[in-house]
Ligand binder design. Structure first.
Ligand code: ARG
Ligand code: ZN
Length: 843
């Protein structure tokens, strides 16, 4: 069943207050609700429908009198007074049997909740929509020692606890946790002097992994005060780590719930990348307190209102905490790896979708990451000061409201006087715009002519020109910057910009900082790219010059069987050995375009990508790199060595990233000797795992994998890494069989989303392995998606997107992928989540 943005109407009633009592029991939890309703003056339709799914209704009352509502598997309706009234209900639910991990469920004996987007309806009958906001009082009855809910704590006694949340909120922000938990506690004093108690709750035994999370929380709280002027608004802030969780984390008011992989960290068990990701996710969830909770979404079509903005804010935070250029380049890599394929395939949808069947299928890279890019463009266009002014106005005008993208843009229009009607297309038009450029140098006028087109996407045949902020700098042939970064504002399908008085033809540095999320089709000469690689002042563009040389070399070796581009390797070598450059940046320079990206490039050239040939091309480029850099690798490895005690900061992480890239090359020369030594001597997970990865790639990891398993079999998060790495980096020919073998491993607890993703996500991430010609990769994934769908449709459906590029490949592969998808689609009892995803991919 499809829902449409255009059909929005407000609910017929407002909710003034909610009282909830939980009597916790694994198979028969009672939820007693008392909800104060009043007719909504802003609505005309007075139908009284409360969502409710998988609930056993015990009794219901209106103003104290027993009623018998009409109940379906979607909710209840009943006759109600036309004046304010109190609706009470008692329902029974079974958290221990909730394998979908949505609503109230159990994880390792602990009760927890996940209500976004529409999980509250599995807890009790309620208008489960974000535009219905209310204050909540919660009483929890249970013998478990720790009982938590939203807001501030109230009276606590033997076997019960009470919580009171003074801030009106939609039901999706409700949370409850009960279990045998321990906390690392701290205190934060807000800028205006209020004391906030901070707790990070974990299972006993995980306490040594909580320091980083608490520190990240304090940094986030301070940053939001300093940069956005936003203070926290309750007496306590609780975070809980949960092992079974469908997503990364959830911003429930005052009680954030995290996938343990997104919050627990220690140097022994977590990599530098884990530390950085945790810091960012803690910040993200914390920032939601203002962008999401105090100002929420009117309906789920507006999801990007809170997610795009909050991702943008957490990127700013990471840029401030670490290196801004490194963060920007990493974000571009992630966008191209995850959002571009989505936007250029059958799952393409606008940042603000106009219809959906299952909203959980729209927590996508497009809504989140492209949503954040759109805000970045807006900020570039209006400037930093106007952005701050607009945000102040947003918080002032809409605090306590459930808003739309129209509200958001209006704030910018009012704060800046700018007309954003055309800019709004970024929210409604799907697909990745392609930007091409022509240069002309006449007299002393240098002219850039841009053309933009967006290929058709599902449901959108015609595309209109979008507003593109194009940041450009010009360099003189001697390497000087003659025109520093200038923002060109493109609004037409084709548009020219002239720079007068140029003494000689400059080399353009285009789309600096990746100023718009487009594909730049710029056929610059190899010489110009090499020039930019050596001289560009913008770190992103400099990195991109190298990327584009690498891409060109790889494509040529695939199509024309040419040798790797030696000039590129030599230019890059100079850069990578330049001690003046940040090691993290040098590591990024060494990373190559993904095989998936190369497949897309070939596909766009009208060539059917051959995954094995792509894999071979990448391998031979890396071999050539190793050979040509043989003389400098030992010195680079030495430079990457960290002698200080482990710290996951930008400086040390950057060195280790460089070291890891260098080790990858060394392993191609020594067959694994250096990697074995590093594996044996590693005193932190980053070094250990990068060595293990190098060994897996070299197919020399048997002993190391066994030792790693013995050492870490008691740590679920580390074992996820063990499962993942040996599939992700396996030689493609063996990846499917190894996946199959690992599904038989006793520790393959496939109902745990992290473990399922570690195995199946890694198979999907091994490009040539997943697309192995005999279809084994497709079959394994299809089989397991089908199995998981019966228990946890949300995670299964999300993982199904691994098939989103299936139509790119040759007839044989296509036939096999199609057969797998069709088998899935026709399965009796398939979830709505999965049916929607597979249906869209089959077209
Ligand atoms: N709002 C959460 C976040 O981005 C994501 C939760 C989404 N959950 C879901 N089941 N779709 O921080
Ligand atoms: Zn979020």
């Amino acid at each position: 069943q499809t829902v449409y943005l255009k059909d929005y109407t407000p609910f017929g009633y407002t909710v003034e207050h909610v009282d909830l009592t939980f009597r916790l029991s694994p198979d028969a939890t009672r939820v007693i609700s008392r909800i104060r309703f009043a007719p909504n003056p802003a609505a005309t339709d007075r139908t009284f429908f409360l969502h409710g799914e998988e609930l056993n209704l015990i009794s219901a009352r209106i103003d104290g009198a027993e009623v018998s509502p009409e109940v379906t598997d979607k909710g209840l309706t009943c006759e109600v007074p036309d004046t304010p009234f109190t609706f009470e209900a008692e329902v029974e639910i079974a958290p221990a049997r909730n394998t979908a991990l949505e609503g109230l469920y159990m994880s390792n004996g602990m009760y927890c909740t996940q209500c976004e987007a529409e999980g509250f309806r599995k807890i009790t009958y309620y208008p489960d929509r974000p535009d219905v906001m209310a204050t909540f009082d919660v009483r929890i009855e249970s013998d478990l020692p720790v009982l938590l809910s939203n807001g501030n704590p109230g009276p606590r006694g033997e076997g019960h606890a009470e919580w009171s949340d003074p801030w009106p909120k939609p039901a999706y922000l409700f949370a409850l946790v009960a279990g045998e938990l321990e906390a690392r506690s701290d205190v934060f004093t807000t800028r205006s002097g209020a004391r906030v108690d901070l707790n990070l709750w974990v299972r006993p035994g995980d306490l040594h992994k909580t320091e980083w999370g608490i520190e990240a929380l304090k940094k986030s709280m301070r940053w939001d005060e300093e940069v956005y002027g936003r203070e926290y608004d309750l007496d306590v802030f609780n975070i809980v780590a949960v092992d079974d969780f469908n997503m990364g984390a959830m911003e429930n008011k005052g009680l954030n719930i995290f996938n343990s992989s997104a919050v627990l960290a220690s140097p022994d068990t977590s990599t530098d990348a884990n530390f950085e990701r945790i810091e960012a996710i803690i910040a993200h969830e914390y920032f939601h307190n203002w962008t999401g909770n105090r100002i929420t979404c009117r309906d789920w079509f507006q999801l990007c209102l809170k997610e795009g903005l909050t991702v943008f804010r957490d990127s700013q935070f990471t840029a401030d905490m670490r290196s801004a250029p490194v963060k920007r380049i990493s974000d571009v890599i992630a966008l191209r790896a995850r959002q571009f394929p989505e936007d250029q395939g059958p799952l393409s949808h606008p940042v603000r979708p106009e219809s959906f069947q299952e909203i959980n299928n729209f927590y996508t890279a497009t809504v989140y990451e492209k949503g954040a890019e759109v805000i970045g463009m807006l900020k570039r266009l209006v400037g930093d000061d106007a952005y701050s002014k607009a945000l102040d106005l947003y918080f002032e005008r809409h605090d306590g409201e459930a808003c739309t993208i129209e509200d958001w843009l209006k704030v910018f229009e009012d704060a800046t006087g700018r007309d954003l009607a055309q800019f709004k297309r970024w929210y409604s038009q799907s697909g990745t715009p392609r930007l091409s450029v022509e240069e002309r140098y006449e007299g002393s006028d240098y002219t850039l002519t841009f053309r933009q087109t967006t290929p058709p996407t599902p449901g959108q045949a015609e595309k209109a020109p979008q507003v593109l902020p194009i940041a450009v700098g010009l360099l003189n042939p001697n390497g000087d910057e003659v025109v520093p970064t200038t923002l060109l504002e493109m609004t037409e399908g084709e548009q020219s910009f002239t720079f007068p008085n140029m003494p000689s033809k400059p080399v353009p540095s285009l789309l600096r900082g990746f100023s718009a999320p487009v594909v730049l089709d710029h056929e610059a000469s190899g010489e110009d790219k090499a020039f930019l690689l050596a001289h560009d002042t913008d770190p992103y563009s400099r990195w991109e010059a190298g990327r584009s040389l690498a891409r060109a070399s790889l494509i040529a070796s695939i199509l024309e069987r040419t040798e790797p581009d030696a000039a590129y390797l030599d230019g890059l070598k100079r850069l990578v050995t330049d001690p003046a450059l940040d090691p993290a940046f040098r590591a990024l320079m060494m990373s190559l375009p993904s095989q998936n990206e190369l497949a897309q490039v070939l596909h766009e050239k009208g060539v059917t990508p051959d995954p094995d040939a792509i894999f071979e091309a990448v391998e031979s480029l890396l071999r050539a790199m190793a050979e040509r850099w043989r003389d400098v690798l030992p010195a680079l490895a030495e430079e990457a060595r960290v002698s200080a005690p482990y710290a996951p900061d930008a400086e040390q992480s950057g060195k280790r990233a460089l070291g890891s890239a260098v080790l990858g090359l060394q392993t191609r020369l020594d067959g694994g000797a250096a990697a074995k030594a590093q594996f044996e001597n590693a005193d932190n997970m980053t070094l250990s795992l990068s060595a293990l990865g190098a060994l897996v790639r070299a197919d020399a990891a048997e002993d190391a994998l066994a030792a790693f398993e013995t050492r870490w079999s008691g740590d679920r998060l580390v074992m996820d890494k063990w499962f993942g790495i040996q599939i992700m980096l396996a030689p493609p020919q063996v990846a499917p069989d190894r996946t199959r073998a690992l599904t038989e491993h006793p520790a393959f607890d496939w109902t745990n989303p992290n473990r399922f993703r570690a195995v199946m996500g890694s198979l999907a991430g091994n490009h040539a392995g997943f697309h192995r010609a005999d279809g084994a990769g497709y079959e394994i994934l299809g089989e397991w998606l089908s199995r998981l769908d019966e228990k946890n449709p949300q995670t299964a459906a999300r993982m199904a997107s691994a098939f989103q590029t299936w139509t790119r490949y040759d007839d044989e592969r296509r036939a096999k992928a199609r057969a797998t998808l069709e088998r899935l689609y026709e399965k009796p009892g398939l979830s709505g989540d999965m049916a929607e995803m597979v249906g869209r991919m089959l077209g």
